[in-house]
Design a protein around this ligand. Structure first.
Ligand SMILES: CC(C)(COP(=O)(O)OP(=O)(O)OC[C@H]1O[C@@H](n2cnc3c(N)ncnc32)[C@H](O)[C@@H]1OP(=O)(O)O)[C@@H](O)C(=O)NCCC(=O)NCCS
Length: 149
């Protein structure tokens, strides 16, 4: 696979802004104060970027943060539509898992919802278990996943 994975611990604002174009492409909107504000509220953050072969374009990402010394929350992620189906999202989870193991976390948690079914399938394939559901503040059902390390 001719892509490069970059893992950035505690990314600063300019490093976070590097995912803005990709984020817009995937989710159609970029909620800057939400992304930057959430990251600022946490002191152990991990950003994984998948760079294109020429290293000019971010084509995939995973962003999360510790919610306790032993639990890491995988918050957001995605791959540019034209780069899907090549195992890139899988790679981001592999890298995140290794980093979490190295840093003493015992589990990775994440949440997803019905509109993100490919991500739910991917989570299950990557060893996450469904551990519950909850209703978010917009009244949408969230499926809770957990991967023991
Ligand atoms: C989910 C997403 C990240 C997958 O990216 P990807 O790079 O295409 O995924 P991969 O190629 O690594 O796929 C890994 C596995 O996931 C599963 N998968 C991925 N996309 C799938 C799809 N559209 N339908 C069914 N299964 C899918 C496959 O089983 C695949 O396993 P395989 O290689 O054995 O076939 C991508 O579709 C995406 O960015 N979606 C929008 C963003 C999103 O939903 N984010 C979640 C909210 S934060």
């Amino acid at each position: 696979m001719n892509y490069q994975i970059q893992l950035i611990e505690n990314p600063n604002t300019s490093e976070l802004l590097e995912i803005k174009e990709l984020f817009l492409e995937i989710f159609d909107e970029w909620k800057e104060s939400w992304v930057l504000g959430t990251v600022q509220c946490h002191n152990r953050v991990c950003l994984i970027k998948v760079m294109s072969a020429d290293q000019k374009q971010v084509v995939g990402f995973k962003l999360g943060y510790a919610v306790s010394p032993r639990t890491f929350y995988s918050w957001l992620g995605g791959v540019a539509p034209t780069f899907r189906g090549q195992g890139l999202a899988r790679e981001t989870i592999v890298h995140l898992t290794k980093w979490c193991q190295k840093n003493g976390y015992e589990k990775i948690t994440t949440k997803s919802m019905n509109k993100f079914k490919p991500m739910m399938i991917l989570n299950l394939k990557m060893g996450f278990d469904i551990v519950g559901t909850e209703v978010d503040q917009d009244g949408k059902d969230q499926v809770l996943f957990e991967k023991k390390l």
